[in-house]
Design a protein around this ligand. Structure first.
Ligand code: UD1
Length: 352
């Protein structure tokens, strides 16, 4: 069997790592990288750190407006799918790379499997929400990470194509957590273990409106311990364009870090402030309190269990929310036990 994985953006490299490892030796696994993310620390570092095989194809599409970027990927992927004639095109998550691969494959009548199917924010302002809804409806096999995701798929009439496999990011996280366990804090910022917060911010709804971005930065700057802000290129570019200084108050701006270093930074932190989907869940799995700068989350279990609090409007409340006491401990495992990739690959091979 030949499986073509299509990835392009940072969280997809993380999801690809355990899938690539779980592929049996007699399965031909090809990897196409769209080039949506191209900076070393947004792309290559993940392949190296997580031991992912070098991509067989790289379209080098780079940045652009949604239509321009997605269209360039669609044209490039069509050719790759025609040339390689895979039994499955496997797409990951909810980025423009996911949607481009799904559209390219469905037009060529090649079966599509969608990993991380069924997540919904019900917020149609998010490009990720368009991408995931359209991809789920184009796909032949929906590999869902949670029961809640399975329920969303059933509500949209997709139950028959859906399989609950668990969350593959949990697989990687547990492996990397065990690798970095006991290692000292590895951050360039002058901070002490337990004496700082980790922050990331990249969603267009938070970065693109200068007033909102300024209010978020002001709120974070007043938090009572240093905040290491791992600044995504989108955030840096927009802050500069809006004339907003990120290095202010408690905030100490750093470059984005590789995955093992991120896990190390979160493990040693007092908490996380983010708008990233993956990081909310990683904080929960590492039992670090998280504050999420969004009106809603796809990972509702993190909120229900008390480890994640959403802040969307009054960012002057951020210090009090971020510095809240730790919630009650829990041994709930809504994201599986760290074996989701094996289950996902088995589902693909069984239906090939
Ligand atoms: C994309 C995904 C988002 C995911 C995120 C993870 C979409 C619609 N969004 O958002 O779901 O959570 O990746 O990071 O697919 N840039 C660089 N170098 C890079 C990558 C990006 O400079 O290596 C800059 C460019 O200025 C670019 C901007 O960041 O215009 C945004 O990049 P893009 O890939 O369009 O979206 P992300 O915000 O990264």
């Amino acid at each position: 069997m030949r499986i073509l994985s299509v990835v392009g953006a940072r969280p997809q490299f993380v999801k690809l790592a355990p899938i690539a490892r779980a592929m049996p030796a007699d399965t031909e696994h090809l990897i196409a990288h769209t080039g949506q993310h191209y900076d070393h620390n947004m792309s290559d570092a993940f392949f190296t750190d997580l031991g992912i095989p070098h991509p067989d194809f790289n379209l080098g599409v780079g940045s652009g407006k949604h239509g321009e970027q997605t269209g360039a990927m669609l044209a490039g992927l069509e050719k790759i799918i025609e040339d390689t004639a895979p039994d499955w095109v496997l797409v990951y998550g909810d980025t423009n790379s996911t949607l481009a691969a799904a559209v390219a494959a469905v037009k060529l009548h090649v079966p599509i499997a969608h990993l991380e199917a069924g997540l919904r924010s019900f917020n149609r302002r998010m490009p990720e929400e368009h991408n995931r809804v359209l991809t789920d409806h184009a796909a032949d096999l929906l590999l869902a990470p949670t029961r809640v995701a399975m329920d969303h798929l059933a509500a949209e009439g997709l139950a028959e194509r859906s399989v609950l496999v668990g969350d593959v990011m949990t697989d990687v996280l547990y492996q990397v957590r065990d690798q970095v366990a006991g290692s000292p804090l590895r951050l360039d910022a002058a901070v002490e273990p337990g004496g700082y917060y980790v922050a990331t911010l990249h969603r267009p709804d938070n970065t693109d409106d200068p007033e909102r971005l300024r209010a978020i930065v002001d709120g974070i700057a007043k938090v009572g311990k240093p905040v290491v802000l791992l600044a995504h290129p989108r955030l840096r570019a927009l802050a500069e364009r809006h004339g907003i200084e990120l290095n202010t108050g408690s905030i100490s701006v750093s470059e984005p870090v590789g995955y093992p270093q991120l896990v190390n930074a979160v493990v040693h932190s007092a908490g996380v402030i983010t708008d990233s989907g993956g990081l909310q869940k990683e904080a929960f799995l590492l039992r670090v309190p998280c504050t999420t700068l969004r009106p809603e989350t796809e990972w509702v279990e993190t909120v229900d269990l008390g480890w994640n609090v959403l802040v969307n409007k009054d960012f002057s409340t951020l210090p009090a929310t971020v510095e809240r006491p730790r919630p009650a401990e829990t041994d709930a495992a809504p994201y599986g036990t760290g074996r989701a990739a094996e289950t996902a690959v088995r589902a693909l091979l069984d239906r090939g």
